[in-house]
Write a protein that binds this ligand. Structure first.
Ligand code: NAD
Ligand code: DAU
Length: 351
C-alpha cells in the first residue's frame, strides 16, 4: 500500500460515495473509514466494498481527542479527508450543541492529531476539509458564491461549519499544515438519509404521506449528483493546491416547489400512477426558522484549474436516484424504523 488515508464520516451519505470511489479506484491506497455511526451513519451503505483488502472501518467519535490521537499513532496517515459532521440544518435549530461538538471540536481534534503526527515532515501530507456553500449565507435573486465571497453563516449548522473552515485555514497559516477546503452545494443521490428534502419526499410519496414544503416553497438550492461531488473530492485531494479553497456546484438551480413537482412527475411514472397523483400530497407547512432564500455556486475555479465538470445531467441523476430508492426498500425501511419516527413526529407534527 503506498498511502494510508483516513476518511471521516465514511458511513454517511457523501462519505460512503467517497470511500467507494477511493477503495475501488486506488487499490494501492489503504483506506480507513472512521465513523461514530450516529443515526446518519450506516454500514449498509458500504456492503459492496466492505470486504476489499484495502478497506478498514474504525468506529470512533471525533470529539474523543485521546481516541483520535491513538488512531493517528496506529496508522501514521498520509492524508485525511474529513467529512464527519452533523449535517442537517433542522436538527441544528433544535439542538445546536451537538453541532458545536462534532463540527468544531471534532475538527480541531483531527487538526491537532494531524499536526502532531506530521510535525517532523509535512511533505506529501494533506488535510482535506469538506464544507458547504451554506457558510456564505443567503443570496438574493442574482449572483453566485465564489471562493472570495465573505462568510455569513446564518444557522447553527452553517455557523459550526464556518467555524471549522476558519480553524482549518488558521492551522495552515499558523502551523503550515497542508490543507485544502471545498465548499459544495446541495447533493442528491443514493444513500441519502430521508430527513433531507428529496429522499424524505420519495419516502412519503411511496407511503402516500404528505410532502412537507416549508413556507411557500420559493427557496432555491443548487443540486449536484453526489457521485460528481465525490469525483471533485478525488481531484481536489490529488491536484488541489495547498491552502486553497474550491467551490463545487451543479449550476442547477431549482425552487423547492418546482423540484418537488419534477419529482412527483417521475414518481407517478415509476409507480404507474395517474399524472398528478403525487402532487396532491404537497402540503405547505410552517417555514424553517431563518430559512436561507437562495444558494448558487460559481465552480469556475474548479473547472478551469482542475478540469472538473459534472458527469450527469440532472434529469439522468434524478432517474437513477428514484430508481435506487424504489428498488432498495429494505434500506429505506431500516433507516426509517425506530428513532426516525420520533424525529419525524417532533419535526413535522408538533411544529
Ligand atoms: P451525513 O449526515 O449523511 O453523514 C455524516 C456522517 O458523519 C455519518 O456517517 C455520521 O455517523 C458521521 N458522524 C457524525 N458525527 C460524528 C462524530 N462525532 N464522530 C465521527 N463520525 C461522526 O452527512 P453528508 O450529507 O454525507 O455530509 C458529509 C459532509 O459533507 C459534511 O461535512 C457536510 O457538512 C458536507 N456537505 C454536505 C452536503 C449535502 O448536500 N449533504 C453539501 C455540502 C457539504
Ligand atoms: O447547501 C449544502 C447543504 O445542503 C449541506 O451543507 C447540508 O448538509 C444539507 O443538508 C443541505 O442543506 P439544506 O438545508 O439545503 O437541505 P434540506 O434537504 O434540509 O432542504 C432543502 C430545501 O428544502 C431547503 O430550502 C429546506 C426545504 N425543505 C426541507 C425539508 C427537509 C422543505 O421544504 N421541507 C422539508 O421537509
Amino acid at each position: 500500500m503506498n498511502k494510508t488515508i483516513l476518511i471521516t464520516g465514511g458511513a454517511g451519505f457523501i462519505g460512503s460515495h467517497v470511500v467507494r470511489l477511493f477503495v475501488n479506484k486506488y487499490p494501492d491506497y489503504r483506506i480507513i473509514n472512521l465513523d461514530k455511526l450516529t443515526y446518519a451513519g450506516n454500514l449498509a451503505n458500504l456492503t459492496d466494498i466492505e470486504n476489499k483488502p484495502n478497506y478498514e472501518f474504525e468506529k470512533l467519535d471525533i470529539v474523543d481527542a485521546n481516541a483520535i490521537n491513538a488512531l493517528f499513532e496506529k496508522y501514521q496517515f498520509d492524508g485525511v479527508i474529513h467529512l464527519a459532521a452533523e449535517s442537517h440544518v433542522d436538527r441544528s435549530i433544535a439542538n445546536p450543541m451537538e453541532f458545536i461538538m462534532t463540527n468544531i471540536v471534532g475538527t480541531v481534534n483531527l487538526l491537532n492529531a494531524a499536526r502532531n503526527s506530521w510535525k517532523d515532515n509535512m511533505e506529501g501530507k494533506r488535510f482535506y476539509h469538506i464544507s458547504t456553500d451554506e457558510v456564505y449565507g443567503s443570496l438574493g435573486e442574482e449572483g453566485f458564491f465564489t471562493e472570495e465571497t465573505a462568510y455569513d453563516p446564518r444557522s447553527p449548522y452553517s455557523a459550526s461549519k464556518a467555524s471549522s473552515d476558519h480553524l482549518v485555514r488558521a492551522y495552515h497559516h499558523t502551523y503550515k499544515l497542508p490543507i485544502v477546503v471545498s465548499n459544495c452545494s446541495n447533493n442528491y443521490g443514493q444513500f441519502q438519509f430521508p430527513e433531507k428534502l428529496l429522499p424524505l419526499s420519495i419516502y412519503n410519496i411511496k407511503n402516500n404521506k404528505p410532502i412537507p414544503i416549508y413556507g411557500k416553497g420559493e427557496n432555491i438550492r443548487d443540486w449536484l449528483y453526489v457521485v460528481d461531488h465525490a469525483r471533485a473530492i478525488d481531484m481536489i485531494y490529488h491536484q488541489g493546491v495547498n491552502g486553497e479553497t474550491y467551490n463545487i456546484g451543479g449550476n442547477n438551480e431549482w425552487t423547492n416547489i418546482d423540484l418537488i413537482h419534477k419529482l412527483c412527475e417521475i414518481m407517478d411514472r415509476k409507480l404507474n400512477h395517474e399524472p398528478g397523483t403525487s402532487a396532491k400530497l404537497i402540503t405547505y407547512v410552517k417555514d424553517r426558522a431563518g430559512h436561507d432564500l437562495r444558494y448558487a455556486i460559481d465552480s469556475s475555479k474548479l473547472q478551469s484549474e482542475l478540469g472538473w465538470t459534472p458527469s450527469l445531467q440532472f434529469e439522468e441523476g434524478m432517474e437513477i436516484t428514484v430508481d435506487w430508492y424504489l428498488s432498495n426498500e429494505e434500506w429505506l425501511n431500516n433507516v426509517t424504523s425506530g428513532t426516525y419516527q420520533q424525529y419525524y413526529e417532533k419535526q413535522y407534527t408538533k411544529r
